[in-house]
Design a protein around this ligand. Structure first.
Ligand code: AHR
Length: 511
């Protein structure tokens, strides 16, 4: 085989303990995410509250520790009081971000009940677009204060005795974006976010706060936005947010898969901006990252523009319903590898989104649920990517791309789960023409052997799943990995997602 890569792992050489919240996700009041997604009263799978249990089961398969809510762009004109209290009294509102009709049937209290069903936690965003400090404080008092005040007692009157105790709060959403309702300059946002954070911490000092970073790496104000806004918020927040979506608009699959290198570069630059502000302030505190929107998003752009421009004010229109193919799953795998490699600074990350809207899980209004291609790499990372990210030494062959020059064939990372005595290697071969042999030095993992080598591969990069047929799914790649004197020799087929699991206990399937 002409193409090779080598990786040296040592159980003592570590990047950081992975914060499990990097396997978070996101539900926005957008399209069919809430209405017709998690909530569809009258559907045969709906429980007495209208929550679809087939959706709950799939969310639980993904084991998602935190879910951002209620937006997204939606939050920048969200009047939270509209979404609580007796449902029949809740107003219908023009939802300006997506030009839809919001009937407020689901709000904070219902969503918190759903969150319990999926064993997750809410990560709440406040409206810093059309509202400000007072409303953010009122919402926090409603959610987290036990009782005896205007808003905590209002919550109790609404039937929720115990506070929600929401830990992580986003100070607005994508405030650098001209599309945002209430878009702000960096000075305006920095001041508002700092003052909101200060006031919110007075109510509940135990919360964690996320300051808005740039909406993507191509924003004209990036990275000045990070430096300028953090110079206001640094003392008062715990994270700066990152958002990034990619697409294969030029239909150049090789170049499409190079975009995880852009994500890596984006993260490094944001870390540099954070550390610049840290130095300027002579601060001892290290700012971490909440990468709270990431995914592939481009398939549905045209259809969505048609809905917002020509067919506005619908209830739960089918928006952002990207149908993902096999190469999208490869990029999602590459993005997960990139996030794990930055486990020392990326502490929260949210796959955007979770149900129907640029989502791993899709529902059929009259039928069942189905898994998009991207469901699987996310599930593998969430299940097997818990523990400590190891610091790998990697070398290997490269190939040329049109827009990114020469890039590596193999992108990989390893996670060591000490509690379970397991080691998992995630690897993508992003060479679309040739297989690669990966040799991994695991001599420091004495007594470990290959448990299984899970693969996702497909001759057709554009193969997609649907309710009728699942064409892209993981299989056990028998004999793809073997152990020789402390080295694992793995065959990584061209264009493939690989999960190589090692452990001390008996193999899942003997090789
Ligand atoms: O996730 C879809 C949208 O993408 C979000 O509402 C917004 O924050 C981002 O632009």
């Amino acid at each position: 085989m002409n193409r090779r890569a080598k990786m040296v792992l040592d159980r003592e050489l570590r990047i950081a303990r992975i914060d499990e919240r990097i396997y978070g996700s996101f539900i926005e009041h957008l399209g069919r995410a809430v209405y017709g997604g998690i909530y569809q009263p009258g559907h045969p799978e709906a429980d007495e509250e209208g929550f679809r249990q087939d959706v709950v089961r799939l969310v639980k398969e993904l084991n998602v520790p935190v879910i951002r809510y209620p937006g997204g762009n939606f939050v920048s004109n969200f009047y939270w009081e509209d979404s609580v209290g007796p449902v029949e009294e809740r107003p219908h509102r023009l939802e300006l971000a997506w030009r839809s009709m919001e009937r407020n049937e689901i709000g904070i209290n219902e969503f918190s009940r759903w969150i319990k069903q999926v064993d997750s936690q809410v990560m709440m965003a406040v409206n810093l677009g059309t509202r400000g400090i007072a409303d953010a404080c009122n919402l926090l008092e409603y959610c987290n204060y036990p009782s005896g005040t205007k808003y905590s007692d209002m919550r109790i009157r609404h039937g929720v005795k115990d506070p929600h105790n929401i830990k992580v709060w986003c100070l607005g959403n994508e405030m650098d974006g001209p599309w945002q309702i209430g878009h702000k300059t960096m000075e305006e946002y920095g001041r508002l976010a700092a003052e909101t954070a200060k006031a919110m911490r007075l109510i509940d000092p135990s919360i964690e706060l996320v300051s808005c970073g740039s909406s993507n790496r191509d924003m004209p104000t990036f990275p000045e936005w990070e430096a300028a806004t953090l110079s206001h918020t640094y003392e008062y927040v715990d994270y700066i947010s990152m958002h990034q979506y990619y697409g294969n608009r030029d239909n150049d699959s090789s170049d499409f898969l190079a975009q995880s290198d852009d994500m890596d570069d984006f993260i490094r630059t944001v870390i540099a901006a954070c550390d610049y502000v840290k130095a300027k302030k002579r601060s001892k505190k290290t700012m971490n990252i909440s990468f709270d929107e990431w995914n592939v998003w481009f398939h549905s752009n045209e259809a969505d523009n048609d809905i917002t421009e020509n067919h506005p004010w619908q209830v739960a229109p089918p928006m952002l319903e990207d149908i993902y193919n096999f190469e999208d799953a490869l990029l999602v795998g590459l993005m997960l590898i990139t996030l794990i490699r930055h486990a020392d600074r990326v502490k929260i990350a949210c796959l955007a989104q979770l149900v129907n809207v640029i989502a791993p899980i899709m529902t059929d209004a009259a039928g069942g649920v189905w898994k998009q291609t991207i469901f699987y790499p996310f599930m593998h990372a969430s299940l097997y990517g818990r523990g400590t990210a190891l610091l790998p030494v990697i070398s290997g062959t490269k190939h040329m791309t049109a827009g990114h020059g020469e890039i590596t064939d193999i992108e990989t990372v390893a996670v060591y789960n000490e509690e379970k005595d397991e080691l998992t290697i995630f690897a993508v071969n992003r060479n679309l023409k040739e297989d690669v042999e990966l040799t991994t030095d695991v001599r420091s993992f004495e007594g470990y052997h290959v448990l299984e080598h899970i693969v996702m591969e497909n001759e057709d990069l554009k193969a997609a799943n649907s309710l009728a047929e699942e064409k892209v799914y993981p299989v056990n790649g028998d004999n793809r990995s073997r152990m020789e004197d402390g080295f694992i020799i793995s065959l990584l087929k061209k264009a493939s997602w690989n999960v190589i699991r090692l452990g001390k206990y008996p193999a899942v399937r003997e090789k």
